[in-house]
Structure formats: structure tokens, C-alpha cells
Design a protein around this ligand. Structure first.
Ligand SMILES: NC(=O)c1ccc[n+]([C@@H]2O[C@H](COP(=O)([O-])OP(=O)(O)OC[C@H]3O[C@@H](n4cnc5c(N)ncnc54)[C@H](OP(=O)(O)O)[C@@H]3O)[C@@H](O)[C@H]2O)c1
Ligand SMILES: *[C@@H]1O[C@H](CO)[C@@H](O)[C@H](O)[C@H]1NC(C)=O
Length: 442
């Protein structure tokens, strides 16, 4: 058990239950010859050996092992029979275009060598990856048009299967957390890589998250950015002014739907603000009790919906708002919050914030703050971060199960189709259609 505990602490982001479930039973009987071989497998199956040029080695153990108690051991041999090609395809931005639109940036499929995992890293065959607002915003906005930042690899998170790992000692630790064959969600930490790739390497402890075994792995594509943000929002609202309700905008987003389901379980009220009447229906279908529509199709006058919002804020005791929209919404929200209320900007769907009345800040002591997932995770240093990650990942991993609170609604596409498809969705309505790039040909 000791090594599992160490893996757990090192991982800092690991859900106890899922980690334990995903680690195969370790051999316990040293008298079993076959199991002795399997104990050495982490060493045998290092990157050098795990290569198409030596398929014979891979297949020599191609039968299930047992742990001396009649349990079947994880079938790494089957995975090891898989051939890893030398090259892979990935998506890159080659130019930000005019720097103002997703449509104008130039995106290409690039063929590059498959990255080889360094010690402590795993190689993942990617199954699927989502296209998030934080992704496409960065394609044309966050990097200057300096030629050195292009071609820019795309995609922050994704999911897939561990097919190999690097190094000797690194191989042992990696194999405890996510042995070859484990289905994982992953987060990119190397800026030279992106999740819209057929293969990625990530740090086994901090970049790869074993997923629940009874969920199709492609449904774990959005396992990180949105679910952990939903957990972070509820936590932040509780601590800042012990809000009993949260105002949330663009509230029919995937994240907004997750937040409604999570809040119900956590005893928190969500005051949903959306821009279309259909979005009210979608949210009420999930059980949302408070939905305000900002556009009644008649005019641009915000007076009516703001009065409705003010009344909800007062009645439900909301002291904070989380705003994914920005633009004019920022000023409207500050206006509707009570004295000392806080508006957290966490998305820029409508561009730069407008309409802020400084009197709200000066005399009514209202605050405008930013919320960023990674900053929330790191808040208070490592001693706070470890328990926070443990709690969050256990909430998320149980929520990823079929019918769970952090499931997503996906629309599938290919690497070749992704750019045109996201432009089309952004030009119509993206609600309920999180774009998911499939790498498994499905
Ligand atoms: N700060 C952080 O750490 C963090 C982390 C995760 C997510 N986020 C943010 O969370 C937000 C939601 O992400 P998601 O992946 O859940 O998005 P999503 O599923 O793509 O949904 C986007 C939603 O926003 C609506 N929308 C788009 N532009 C709008 C506008 N100008 N005014 C009002 N509504 C608008 C869309 O409605 P239509 O159907 O009408 O277009 C849709 O319902 C994004 O802003 C994202 O950047 C931030
Ligand atoms: C940038 O390109 C997009 C799409 O091609 C276009 O709609 C937009 O007007 C352009 N903006 C500028 C500032 O040139």
C-alpha cells in the first residue's frame, strides 16, 4: 500500500477513489513466476523497448497475469501489442490573421515526430479533445504576431490512453499512477505541445488524471477546465462573503449547466442570466429555479431584466456574481449587486468590460475581481493546494459518470473540420454543442 500512498501525495491532484481503482492489483505472491515478470514490467516497458521496431518483446507476455488471489491483472500486454508510428498529425495555428476573429486565423494540420516521454512522463494516444473559449481566444488574441510563436500548437485538455512512459525511475512512478493501458484525462503543461494531437506527452503526476473506468473515455474530454472551474466557483463564493446564491452569466454554457447541477448537491442557489429564451428552457429542464433572460427580442433596454435580477439578488442573499460575458454585462452586474458585493470576471465572450460606475467601487464598496482556475487551485500555497485538489478531483471524478453533474454535450468533428465547425457554431448558437475533436476516427 505504501507506494500507492506516495503516488497519491506526489500526484497532488489525485482522487483517492479513482486512483486506487485505476491502479491494477499489484503482484503479492513472489512464488508466481509470471507475476515476478509483471513486477519488472515497469522497467521492461520503458520507451526504448516500447517501439514498433521491437514488437516481439512487446508480445512476449501477451496473456493475462494473476496476482495470486485469482484476480486478473491489468492487461498491459495487450496495450503493448499496439504499434506506435513514428509520426503524428496535430493542429497548429500558423497565423493569427487580422488578430480579431477566430475565422481569420490560419489553422493547419501539421505532421511531426511523435514526442518521446522523458523520465516521469507518459505518452498518451489521444482519443478526443474539446474546443473551449479559452482555446480559440488564444488562437488570435493572447500571442503577439511575432513569427516565433507560430506555428502554435492548439488545445489545453483532452483524454486518451497511456501507451508508454519514459525513463527508469520515472517509469516506475508513472506506472503506479497510470500504467500502460490506463484511460486518462490530461492537461498540457509543455507549451511546445497541444491537445489537438494524435499523441501527447505529459508529466504522469501532474498532467495525467486516471478517469473512472465505467465511463467511455471520449466522454471525459472536458474533464478539467469546466468541471474544476465549477468547483472553484462554488468554493470561492462560499468563502467570499459566504454568499448563499451566485449570479452566473452565459449561464446555459456547458460550465453553467455543470454549475447548476453541482450547486443543487451543494445547497447553493444559482441565479442564471442568459441571452436567449431557449436557454431558459434548457436550464429549467435541468431543474434551475432562477433564470433571467436579458434579450426579450424587443429592444436593448436592460431596465426590466435588471430589476428582476436585483430582486433575486436581494431575496436570495447573493453577494457575488461570476461573469463569463464581460462587455456591457460587467457594469450591469456591478449595478445590481448589493453594497460590498463582488463581481468576478472569468470570461470575455463579449470583449472588454464597459459601463463600470466608479461610485459603486468608491462609496458602495463593491469589488470587481478576476477568477482563474489555475490561480484558485494554487491559492494559499502547496499545503492548501493538495487537499483542495484531492477534494475537487473526487467531486469531479464521481460527476463524470453517466448522468453525473459534470457531463458535457458534445458535437464531434475531425482535425480537418474543426476550424470551419467552430466558426459556424460561434456564428449561430453554441449552447449544448461543445465541439469535440475526435482522433479515434469515430
Ligand atoms: N477563468 C477561468 O478559469 C475559466 C475556466 C473555464 C471556463 N471559463 C469561461 O467560462 C465560459 C463558459 O465556457 P464553456 O466552455 O462552458 O462555454 P460554451 O459551452 O461554449 O458556452 C458558451 C455560452 O456563452 C453564450 N454566449 C456566447 N457569447 C455570449 C455573449 N456575448 N453574451 C451572452 N452569452 C454569450 C453562448 O450562447 P449562444 O448559444 O447564445 O451563443 C453559450 O451558451 C467561457 O467564457 C470560458 O472562457 C473561464
Ligand atoms: C478580420 O477578419 C474577419 C473575418 O475574415 C472580418 O470579419 C473582420 O472584419 C476583420 N477585422 C479587421 C479589423 O480587419
Amino acid at each position: 500500500m505504501v507506494h500507492r500512498g506516495i503516488a497519491l501525495i506526489l500526484a497532488m491532484g489525485l482522487n483517492k477513489a479513482s486512483a486506487f481503482a485505476s491502479i491494477p492489483p499489484q503482484p503479492t505472491s513472489s512464488s508466481c513466476h509470471r507475476c515476478l515478470t509483471s513486477m519488472l514490467r515497469p522497467i521492461v516497458y520503458s520507451t526504448d523497448v516500447y517501439h514498433p521496431s521491437s514488437p516481439g518483446l512487446m508480445n512476449m507476455n501477451n496473456e493475462p497475469h494473476h496476482d495470486g488471489k485469482g484476480r486478473k491483472e491489468y492487461d498491459t500486454a495487450k496495450m503493448a501489442g499496439e504499434t506506435i508510428p513514428g509520426e503524428m498529425k496535430r493542429l497548429v495555428v500558423t497565423s493569427p490573421g487580422n488578430g480579431t476573429s477566430v475565422a481569420d486565423c490560419i489553422i493547419k494540420v501539421q505532421t511531426v515526430p511523435i514526442p518521446s516521454p522523458k523520465p516521469g512522463e507518459v505518452l498518451i494516444r489521444v482519443v478526443a479533445a474539446p474546443v473551449n473559449p479559452s482555446d480559440y481566444g488564444g488562437w488570435y488574441k493572447s500571442r503577439g504576431p511575432s513569427s516565433s510563436s507560430y506555428p502554435m500548437p492548439m488545445g489545453i485538455e483532452g483524454c486518451g490512453t497511456v501507451v508508454s512512459y519514459g525513463g527508469f525511475l520515472g517509469g516506475i512512478t508513472s506506472s503506479l499512477r497510470c500504467p500502460v493501458g490506463t484511460n486518462v484525462g490530461f492537461v498540457i503543461t509543455d507549451p511546445a505541445q497541444g491537445s489537438y494531437s494524435e499523441y501527447v506527452t505529459v508529466n504522469a503526476m501532474t498532467g495525467a488524471f486516471p478517469m473512472p473506468e465505467d465511463v467511455p473515455i471520449e466522454d471525459c474530454a472536458s474533464f478539467f477546465v469546466n468541471p474544476y472551474t465549477a468547483v472553484g466557483i462554488v468554493d470561492t463564493a462560499r468563502r467570499a462573503g459566504s454568499s448563499k446564491a451566485i449570479v452566473h452569466t452565459a449561464a446555459a454554457s456547458q460550465l453553467g449547466q455543470m454549475l447548476n447541477r453541482l450547486a443543487m448537491a451543494e445547497g447553493m442557489e444559482i441565479i442564471n442570466v442568459v441571452r436567449r429564451a431557449e436557454q431558459r428552457e434548457a436550464l429549467e429542464g435541468l431543474g434551475a429555479k432562477h433564470v433571467i433572460v436579458t434579450d426579450d427580442g424587443q429592444d436593448d433596454d436592460p431596465t426590466a431584466w435588471k430589476a428582476e435580477l436585483r430582486a433575486k439578488v436581494r431575496d436570495l442573499g447573493a453577494t457575488c456574481a461570476f461573469d463569463a460575458v464581460s462587455g456591457d454585462m460587467t457594469g450591469h452586474l456591478l449595478d445590481c449587486m448589493p453594497g460590498r458585493g463582488i463581481v468576478y470576471a472569468y470570461g470575455v465572450l463579449a470583449g472588454k468590460a464597459n459601463g463600470i460606475d466608479p461610485l459603486d467601487l468608491i462609496y458602495r464598496r463593491k469589488e470587481l475581481r478576476g477568477f482563474l482556475l489555475t490561480a484558485w487551485l494554487r491559492e494559499g500555497g502547496p499545503m492548501r493546494m493538495i487537499p483542495r485538489m484531492l477534494t475537487a478531483s473526487s467531486t469531479v471524478n464521481s460527476g463524470l459518470k453517466v448522468g453525473g453533474w459534470c457531463r458535457s454535450q458534445f458535437t464531434d468533428t475531425t482535425m480537418e473540420g474543426a476550424h470551419a465547425e467552430i466558426v459556424k457554431l460561434l456564428g449561430s448558437s453554441i449552447t449544448g454543442k461543445k465541439l469535440r475533436i475526435r482522433f479515434d476516427g469515430k
